[in-house]
Design a protein around this ligand. Structure first.
Ligand code: ADP
Ligand code: MG
Length: 618
């Protein structure tokens, strides 16, 4: 949101209750919008950004509300203490529920939150000491240093200060090291794990974060309403919160404000208008909401917020692009030690991978030394990418071993392997298309910083963040993408996206770099530039394992080649010898098929006969 609009928004919010002419009804309505915004903000993070659906947010609101209601009325505890107790309880419940369901993919989380929501609702309604269906009344208003929040207008300020703080905090979180990891959860989990990101942990984090926001909302609600009963914490409301997130726009924190505002206002108006129109008091607004939901999903899948910002930029002519300058220079991140040139870095020993009856990798062995570029070549389907995935822990080997700097890798998960210093790119590019080029690369440097959620939320991470972004910019500069730092990654040409992946891998400060078809889709000049960068890396002591179909590229660059066909190693040696090896020629000539032209339109001059012809995105 543009700064001017933001200031205006806050100014209007601040002045409204001070103006005596503002009807009491408006204040109450805005209070409810504020309370809902807190809950929906959690859903924006959880569902919109993280891709995890929860129907149980109303139950967390209930947990916050009932905790303070019971402890303040039955034991006379201070509401500020009961807020802490409520948050602690919510933390525990959300953590346990999240840990149980988040590791399971698919529908377990939504189902888990449904069950949680229903059981808590019935618990509230049945427990004697919580007043059963009557609930608890006589809750005292909040007060702070003698200032009472007993009336709607003072409560308004408390609610909206907390809402604005939460919006600010959540924005900060999204724009940070943990935030980039969170933004990778929905569509890039596998990739994120390959950069050392513990995705299960970040899922739990956003689940707990959203639950805590809901709990705060419940605490405020109890003291505003002075009474609680089970019904506002039931499943209906859980669904309504989700609806608000979808309508507002589940990928922006401002979507939470807009969504809550629209739905609550609409609900209020419908409750006034519908009974007059239909001459009944039944809850027809639910039906209208259902229809509205279908319309939103049809015509504004991203919600209302992106539409509003679109109008705003059309009106003001601002194209919404903020920063154009490279990040300010910052101290360099610590680099890991490099192995001595010529020492053994990677030793693959009789590694094997079977997919059912198919032997994709058939007892392959090879060694790679520090400061060496090795090529892994072979026709499509030879098992090259599978070999990469075995080394990097994406796939589990059927048998065999992989040693990296003396350490066994074959039983480690991808993120541990990445932590040891193995960086990679993917044959099928795996970027976060709506994130900037710079942010995508900064994701690669995830393990080189330890900024956590708390310092991200409070914005005390700025020095570390500057270092990360500077490092990302430096790597992008190095691979020749320095002019695209603030471009959305999805807008780059495919060849550039591959180069971006190399920068991202370099940002992780690897000892060993695995590149799966890095030159595919590049123009001749770009290939030459890439070769220069890789050569430079080699001179700095990096070890590189390369799968590539462009034979000119491979022959000029590599020190050593391994040739695979049908999962089996058929030749190994210096590039010059491989070029004349009869078994290799046979494999490649045998591999020529009808889609010769389609596969490699820019077959380079000097390619081994038929070799380049097999090049395609396999
Ligand atoms: P390359 O990268 O050399 O073109 P791949 O390693 O991608 O080859 O594939 C090797 C063989 O393994 C192919 O026959 C492919 O169909 C098969 N394969 C790859 N991944 C899987 C998988 N996840 N499940 C089943 N078969 C697979
Ligand atoms: Mg492949």
């Amino acid at each position: 949101m543009s700064r001017v609009v933001l200031i205006l928004f806050v100014a209007v919010l601040a002045i409204l209750p001070a103006v005596q002419a503002t009807p009491e009804f408006w204040i109450t309505h805005l209070n409810y919008i504020g309370l809902a915004t807190l809950v929906v903000l959690g859903l924006v993070l959880l569902t919109g950004v993280g891709g995890l659906t929860s129907f149980g947010q109303a139950a967390f609101v209930g947990l916050g509300a009932y905790t303070t209601a019971w402890l303040t009325t039955a034991f006379g505890w201070s509401p500020w203490l009961t807020l802490l107790v409520g948050l602690a309880l919510t933390f525990c419940f959300a953590y346990v529920l999240g840990s149980l369901t988040l590791r399971l993919s698919g529908h377990y989380l939504p189902l888990g939150t449904l069950a949680w929501s229903l059981s808590l609702y019935y618990l509230f309604g049945n427990l004697q000491f919580l007043g059963q269906h009557d609930g608890i009344a006589g809750i005292a208003p909040l007060d702070l240093f003698g200032l009472s929040f007993g009336d709607g207008r003072t409560m308004y300020y408390l609610i909206w200060v907390i809402v604005l703080f939460s919006l600010w905090a959540t924005r900060n979180l999204l724009d940070s090291r943990p935030g980039r990891a969170i933004r990778a959860l929905k569509s890039g989990s596998g990739m994120a794990e390959s950069f050392g990101i513990n995705t299960a942990r970040y899922k739990t984090i956003i689940f707990v974060y959203a639950a805590l926001l809901a709990c705060v909302s419940g605490w405020l609600y109890a003291h505003m309403q002075r009474a609680v009963s089970p019904s506002p914490f039931g499943l209906n409301y859980g669904i309504e919160y989700l609806f608000m997130a979808v309508v507002g726009g589940a990928s922006s924190v401002w979507g939470a404000v807009i969504g809550s505002g629209i739905i609550l206002t609409l609900k209020d108006q419908l409750q006034n208008v519908l009974p007059k129109l239909l001459d009944t008091t039944a809850n027809f607004e639910l039906i209208v909401f259902g229809v509205l939901m279908i319309l939103v999903l049809q015509f504004a899948r991203e919600g209302v917020w992106p539409i509003l910002t679109g109008w705003f930029s059309a009106l003001t002519g601002s194209d919404h692009v903020r920063q154009r300058q490279a990040p300010a220079p910052a101290p360099l991140l610590v680099q890991r030690g490099r192995p001595e040139a010529g020492s053994l870095v990677l030793e693959v020993d009789e590694i094997r991978k079977e997919f059912g009856g198919l032997v994709a990798v058939n007892d392959i062995s090879f060694k790679l030394k520090a400061g060496e570029i090795m090529g892994l070549i072979g026709p499509n389907g030879a098992g090259k990418s599978t070999t990469f995935n075995l080394i990097t822990g994406v796939l589990q080997a059927t048998r065999g071993s992989v040693r990296f700097l003396g350490q066994r890798l074959e039983n480690l998960p991808a993120r541990e392997i990445s932590r040891l210093g193995v960086g990679r790119t993917f044959q099928h590019v795996q970027l976060l298309p709506t994130m900037t080029v710079l942010e995508n690369v900064a994701l690669g440097a995830h393990l080189r910083s330890d900024v956590g959620v708390v310092s991200a939320v409070l914005h005390t991470d700025r020095r570390d963040e500057a270092e990360l972004l500077h490092e990302a910019a430096r790597q992008l500069e190095r691979v020749g993408l320095g002019d695209y730092l603030y471009e959305q990654a999805g807008n780059l040409a495919l060849g550039q996206q591959r180069i971006l992946e190399i920068a991202r891998a370099l940002a992780a400060d690897p000892v060993l770099l695995l590149l799966d078809e890095p030159a595919a889709g590049l123009r001749y000049k770009e290939k030459q530039d890439l070769a220069r960068v890789l050569d430079q890396l080699r001179q700095e002591g990096m070890s590189i394992l390369l799968v590539e179909h462009d034979m000119d590229f491979v022959m000029n660059l590599t020190d050593h080649l391994v040739v695979m066909d049908f999962g089996t190693k058929i030749a190994e040696g210096m590039p010059a010898n491989i070029q004349t090896n009869p078994a290799v020629l046979e494999a490649y000539l045998g591999g020529i098929d009808d889609d010769l032209e389609l596969d490699q339109p820019d077959a380079p001059p000097g390619a081994v006969a038929g070799v380049a012809a097999t090049g395609s995105a396999s």
